[in-house]
Design a protein around this ligand. Structure first.
Ligand code: C2E
Ligand code: CA
Ligand code: CA
Length: 729
């Protein structure tokens, strides 16, 4: 679940933050790359265009250059005369070989006015004039065109630098591309007159694929320049067509153009790509760091907030959380219940079994509580063994009642601590909103008051707050004075007796003495209310002594029946307690074997030397000791064996659930079995139904006590309670 949310969060982060940034960076990188490629191609294109126009220029210059070079010999009186004289040596020196050496002409011919060749130069030397036939097809049309020009006097070409008209073209000569230029041989001084069109002409041929190529290569840095009859389709080569005057393509100049852009790109792209990849990595890495960092921050914030609102031991909400929650819920209105809970005698678990066991108990208790409440209810740990619960929504009193009962019952299931089964109880106080208040503070105070009453009326129970609780509490001070007065007056306190039945034959085997107080103003007050006050004020010694004397006096009259008297732990801590008991036994004449003292579990396990000494001394003379209310406080079955007692009285809360809750029967059975194994007798308290009676007998309880047999009654009525019958009810 957690890893799923984490991966969801992670992919959310990837989609929302990392991806756009990385894509943007990638796009910028690609954009820059694209721009560079475009700029490189543009640079290559410009460079190609420059070279192409240069090549074109060079070729067309070549044409005028050949013509210009021709004029250095064709506009010359000597030439006119020597050609007329057919002086072939002169012609060779000046019009052929010299032109070849000086201007690089490849071929030169001289034609007379009837277009007969009179001189020929080709392949580096003078040739017979009929060698002209090699170029005749290409050259003759140019000669005719020139003669036409001369005839009509077309001197449109003539300028400061061009002295005579001429005709030139590109042509294929002997299978090679060439410039062919034709110029008339005329007088430079004007002294020799000739009929226009009837002049001798000079035909010059310069191959384009020969020395010219070399010149272009070296002068203009054309790489791998060559002539080709067709356009090159080799990659990275450019072709430039040459056109003849008639528009036909003569051939192509092919070369490997400069690629400054490509050169730059070939160097730049790897660097730039590496840079982009590095940048992407760096960004991804810092995003990753940032994400982790913010995740950590978020996690620690959550952690801090969690810690501020939760109890580390149980992981339940703490007081702050509870308060916030309750405040919010109460402002919404509606009915709800606040429960204040306190584990009974938790301190003793801690002291006896150690803190780890105490912690385990608290944790387990928290779990049980949570299992009982509904969703939306909140369970909080607000102190060592104090918990609060808010039951939310429209909860009827019946519903709250049911939940409280379940809470109290859940705790009666033993806790296994360090391999030992341990019984504790929980006391609960309940305040209802809006009945008992509308704000958290007053509701919690009232739940706390109700809790006090649960504690004082025997623990292991729940109590709903009522208005008279506040009144009773405020009367505690008065109660002390009233109790002193009652002890003096002697008629307000009365001891009642409740029979204890022998499970084997249903006969009364003894009675438990229970104190009653008839207050002159308030009427009868429960011992559960006034005994704690007596304990707190130190009056318990006098109260205890009163009951003991009364009970022993009464029991001395009963033949063979014992009397059980409740003793407070406070009394047992008095070093002289055993002596006091002996005194009373002596003065009343009751046999010690007929007296059973009921002590709380706390008292029975008290390691204070006075308590131990008192119990030892009393048992030594034969007084029986019973643990009262077993199972409500801290009860460890494992330790029963070691206790200084003769009997345990199983608390009535277990008996009440008998037959209703399977667990209770099992618990009683376990207690009885263990008690018997430890040589202890058992009494079941609070038997109210014959079903319980039958079950408890089946389980093997030794004695039974409860309203089924009789309520506690005044001494004068005990004869009426005696059972001789084997079917009670
Ligand atoms: P306890 O020692 O557990 O006494 C038994 C209580 O259970 C009595 O309440 C009795 O009336 C009640 N009881 C008996 N049978 C049944 C039954 O079938 N169903 C129900 N629901 N209850 C039954 P009581 O008399 O109100 O006494 C309450 C507690 O006050 C006693 O509990 C005992 O702890 C304390 N107490 C009473 N008298 C004295 C006394 O003289 N000295 C001291 N230290 N404590 C006393
Ligand atoms: Ca008792
Ligand atoms: Ca009891």
């Amino acid at each position: 679940m957690r890893s799923k949310t984490v991966s969801l969060k992670y992919s959310g982060f990837l989609l929302k933050r990392a991806l756009p940034i990385l894509v943007l960076t990638g796009c910028i990188g690609l954009g820059v790359l694209g721009l560079l490629i475009w700029a490189g191609q543009e640079a290559d294109r410009v460079s190609y265009n420059r070279q192409a126009s240069l090549a074109q220029l060079v070729v067309s210059q070549q044409r005028s250059k050949v013509a210009h070079n021709q004029e250095s010999v064709t506009v010359w009186d000597d030439a006119v005369e020597q050609v007329r004289a057919r002086d072939s040596e002169w012609m060779d020196n000046n019009l052929g070989a010299w032109m070849h050496e000086y201007f690089g002409l490849d071929q030169a011919y001289v034609l007379d006015p009837s277009n007969q060749a009179v001189y020929a130069f080709a392949d580096g030397g003078q040739r017979a004039p009929d060698a002209f036939s090699v170029v005749e097809d290409e050259a003759l049309p140019l000669v005719l065109a020139l003669r036409d020009k001369l005839r009509v006097g077309d001197d449109s070409q003539v300028s400061d630098t061009v002295l005579t008209p001429g005709v030139s073209d590109l042509a294929v000569i002997q299978g090679r591309p060439a410039v062919v230029s034709v110029k008339p041989i005329v007088s430079d001084t004007g002294d020799i007159q000739q009929t226009p069109g009837e002049e001798s002409v000079h035909v010059a041929v310069r191959f384009l694929d020969g020395s010219l190529i070399e010149e272009l290569k070296t002068d203009y840095l054309f790489e791998d320049l060559h002539f080709s009859w067709s356009a090159s389709d080799a990659p990275h080569y450019s072709s430039l067509p040459f056109y003849a005057a008639d528009g036909s393509v003569l051939g192509y100049m092919v070369w490997h153009p400069h690629h400054p852009g490509e050169t730059m790109l070939s160097k730049l792209i790897p660097v730039l790509s590496a840079f982009i990849v590095l940048a992407l990595c760096a960004i991804a890495f810092s995003l990753f760091l940032y994400h982790n960092r913010s995740k950590e921050l978020q996690a620690s914030e959550e952690q801090i907030r969690y810690m501020a609102l939760h109890d580390p031991l149980t992981e339940l909400p703490n007081r702050n959380y509870f308060n916030e929650y309750v405040d919010v819920e109460l402002t919404k209105g509606g009915a709800s219940a606040l429960l204040f809970l306190d584990l009974d005698r938790f301190k003793q678990v801690n002291d006896t079994l150690g803190h780890p066991s105490g912690d385990a108990l608290i944790r387990e208790f928290g779990q049980r509580l949570k299992a009982i409440v509904r969703q939306g209810d909140v369970v909080a740990r607000v102190g060592g063994d104090e918990f609060t619960v808010m039951l939310r929504g429209k909860v009827s009193v019946g519903e709250v009642d049911g939940i409280c009962q379940r809470i109290v019952d859940s705790v009666r299931r033993p806790f296994v601590l360090g391999g030992q089964e341990v019984f504790v109880g929980v006391s609960v106080g309940v305040a209802l909103a809006p009945r008992d208040g509308n704000d958290r503070v007053s509701l919690l105070r009232r739940a706390d008051v109700a809790l006090y009453f649960s504690k004082n009326s025997g623990r292991s129970r729940y109590t709903f707050f009522s208005e008279n609780m506040d009144q009773l509490l405020s009367r505690r001070q008065e109660m002390e004075g009233d109790m002193r007065a009652a002890l003096k007056a002697g008629n307000e306190f009365q001891v009642h007796y409740q029979p204890i039945i022998d499970a084997r034959d249903h006969r009364v085997k003894g009675y438990e003495a229970l104190l009653r107080w008839e207050h002159p103003k308030f009427g009868s007050i429960s011992p559960e209310l006034f005994i704690p006050v007596a304990e707190e004020t130190g009056l318990i010694d006098a109260v205890g002594a009163f009951v003991l004397r009364e009970a022993c006096t009464a029991a001395a009259e009963w033949s063979g029946k014992s009397v059980a008297v409740n003793v407070s732990g406070i009394e047992l801590r008095d070093e002289g307690y055993a002596a006091k008991v002996k005194n009373i036994l002596l003065s009343t004449g009751l046999s010690p074997q007929a007296l059973e003292l009921e002590v709380t579990e706390t008292a029975a396990t008290d390691e204070a030397s006075a308590v131990v000494a008192n119990l030892d001394a009393l048992r030594a003379i034969g007084v029986q000791i019973a643990i009262d209310d077993f199972g409500t406080g801290f009860s460890s079955l494992g330790r029963l064996r070691t206790l200084n007692v003769d009997r345990i009285k199983i608390d009535r809360s277990f008996v009440r659930g008998f037959g209703e809750k399977a667990g209770d029967e099992a618990i009683i059975r376990a207690i009885v079995e263990l008690a018997h194994a430890s040589g202890l007798k058992t009494t079941a308290e609070g038997v109210e139904t014959s079903f319980q009676d039958a079950g408890l007998i089946r389980i093997g309880c030794d004695s039974l006590q409860g309203f089924l047999y009789s309520k506690p009654v005044p001494l004068r009525d005990i004869e009426l309670t005696r059972f001789t019958d084997s079917s009670p009810g």
